[in-house]
Design a protein around this ligand. Sequence first.
Ligand code: RTP
Ligand code: MG
Length: 155
Amino acid sequence: EISFFFPPEDTLAVIKPDTQHKEEILEEIQAQGFTISQLKDTILSREMAEEFYKEHREKPFFSQLVDYMCRGPCTMLVLTKENAVQEWRAAMGPTDPDQARLTAPESLRARFAKDVLENAVHGSSNTEHADQKIKFIFGDIGEIIPDTASPPLET
Ligand code: RTP
Ligand code: MG
């Protein structure tokens, strides 16, 4: 009998500013079996937000996106699980909540996003981005918060 071992993978998740649903999002993260390996609340500077979303520099919504991302504290999380990158993308659902409500009604964006811009959560789109963004946000040796049952940090 052949069995496969899938090593745990890390992804970067962000609970974006101004969502009224942070607690429910954290509950869903735990319900879906992600381990919260690192967590911190941070207000991004404009420069950091621009760097974070630099892939979208040329998009018409870029300046609005940067305004949104540095408007208040973001909750930054490293989520660890088998296939974490893909599973967190699936948990979030499509970028636009109108589409999410049609194709993934249980997803976080279907439930909690306000619109296509203010869509509550971010997730890395591949493992290379995940590694790069985790380093960018947490540094090479980030703070470790070992007890996932502890309450989220408040800023
Ligand atoms: P994310 O990077 O935040 O996880 O979202 P995503 O992959 O689903 O979507 P992406 O195309 O990478 O877009 C990044 C973020 O830009 C904002 N956006 N606004 N106004 C618009 O048409 C528009 N399109 C995208 C959203 O905040 C989106 O999550
Ligand atoms: Mg993206």
